[in-house]
Design a protein around this ligand. Structure first.
Ligand SMILES: [Zn+2]
Length: 57
């Protein structure tokens, strides 16, 4: 089953497969940002820090 949440960046709907895990990363289909599950009861999504190749110009 999945639950539906709201992307904190673009406010599109984001589906999370349950059971979700804390700190799991999901991708928003609307803005393609990575979202981290920072709480489970109730589930809360936060923008995941970009630590990969997106730094620099
Ligand atoms: Zn989004």
């Amino acid at each position: 089953m999945t639950t539906v949440h709201i992307c904190p960046k673009c406010e599109d709907q984001v589906q999370i497969s349950q059971p979700a895990r804390l700190n799991e990363i999901v991708e928003c289909a609307g803005c393609h940002c990575e979202l981290e599950i920072v709480a489970l009861n109730p589930p809360v999504l936060a923008l995941a820090p970009e630590v990969e190749e997106d730094w620099g110009e």
